[in-house]
Design a protein around this ligand. Structure first.
Ligand SMILES: NC(=O)c1ccc[n+]([C@@H]2O[C@H](COP(=O)([O-])OP(=O)(O)OC[C@H]3O[C@@H](n4cnc5c(N)ncnc54)[C@H](OP(=O)(O)O)[C@@H]3O)[C@@H](O)[C@H]2O)c1
Length: 261
């Protein structure tokens, strides 16, 4: 059986789409034919990714500089998408701030930054997206929230970050219940450790103290494409009857609690 995803009727907003996991999510949707809107603060990064999506996959692609801490910029992101491609049908809330450190040393500003981006920004953008879908002629929409496996684990130096990612799961379930009558499904994806530029550096510098790589049941660290594939599933018709769910994409790390020392 061959199943080919065709998302050519979709317009997808990907926050944090300028690098790391988000960049791969953008290309995965573009490869499936969707128009993509790439949002983050770094204009050079989002412009590069949108340009590559456009030229490599022949889809519509726009870069919209957005600081998710700013309410007006969040509203402007949805407005810009509607102007350029029509009402977005998929929102991938991928952007995240991760400031590691012992809880007793964490500053109030660091706490605010993580909650502002990972929780408040994610929620406000989902609100704007939900309103746009409700006011449009679209019969369905999809919100995908990127949480993390650490929401379930007591991982050293990740207390506040883990708290924000637990909040993401709570918001996911509430929004799923509230937006179901609009045909909008809301699900979260919880990656384990994924190899991107930032984590590559952490693994190089502190890999041996922090992780026990031999105890990842599937035998490797995650790739951005592993997360992007889960996004494609939730965004497609294959997941029509799935909402309020969290999917671990972690190589089995959580059920064995093996990776984090
Ligand atoms: N990599 C992992 O091992 C892993 C594991 C579990 C979950 N996750 C989650 O996966 C998601 C992607 O992370 P990543 O690992 O790919 O990290 P990353 O490379 O550091 O990317 C983070 C993205 O979020 C954007 N961002 C941060 N603050 C923002 C703000 N105020 N406004 C708009 N965008 C903002 C960044 O862009 P700008 O700085 O340009 O704004 C960047 O594009 C995050 O939610 C993260 O928590 C990652």
């Amino acid at each position: 059986m061959t199943i080919q995803l065709d998302l050519s009727d979709d317009t997808v907003i990907v926050t944090g789409g300028g690098r790391g996991i988000g960049e791969e999510i953008v290309y995965a949707f573009a490869e499936a034919g969707a128009d993509v809107v790439v949002a983050a603060r770094s204009e050079d990064e989002i412009s590069r990714v949108a340009e590559r999506a456009r030229t490599e996959f022949d889809v519509g692609a726009a870069a919209v500089p957005t600081n998710l801490v700013d309410r007006d910029e969040i509203a402007a992101l949805v407005d810009a998408t509607v102007d350029e491609f029509g009402t977005p049908s998929v929102l991938v809330n991928n952007a995240g701030a991760n400031i590691a450190g012992p809880p007793l040393d964490m500053t109030a500003d660091e706490v605010d930054t993580m909650f502002d981006v990972n929780v408040r920004g994610l929620f406000l953008l989902s609100q704007e997206f939900g309103r746009a879908v409700r006011e449009s002629s679209l019969e369905s929409g999809r919100i995908l929230n990127i949480s993390s496996v650490v929401a379930d684990l007591g991982v050293p130096a990740m207390t506040v970050y883990a708290g924000t990612k637990s909040a993401v799961r709570g918001l996911t379930k509430g929004m799923a219940a509230e937006l179901a009558p609009d045909g909008v499904t809301v699900n979260s994806i919880s990656p384990g450790l994924v190899r991107i530029e930032r984590t590559e550096q952490v693994m190089e510098e502190h890999g041996d103290e922090l992780f026990d790589f031999d105890r990842i049941p599937l035998g490797r660290v995650g790739k951005p494409r592993d997360v992007a594939n889960a996004c494609l599933f939730f965004a497609s018709d294959l997941a029509d009857y799935v909402t309020g769910e969290d999917l671990l994409v972690d190589g089995g790390v959580e059920f064995t609690a093996g990776l984090y020392k």
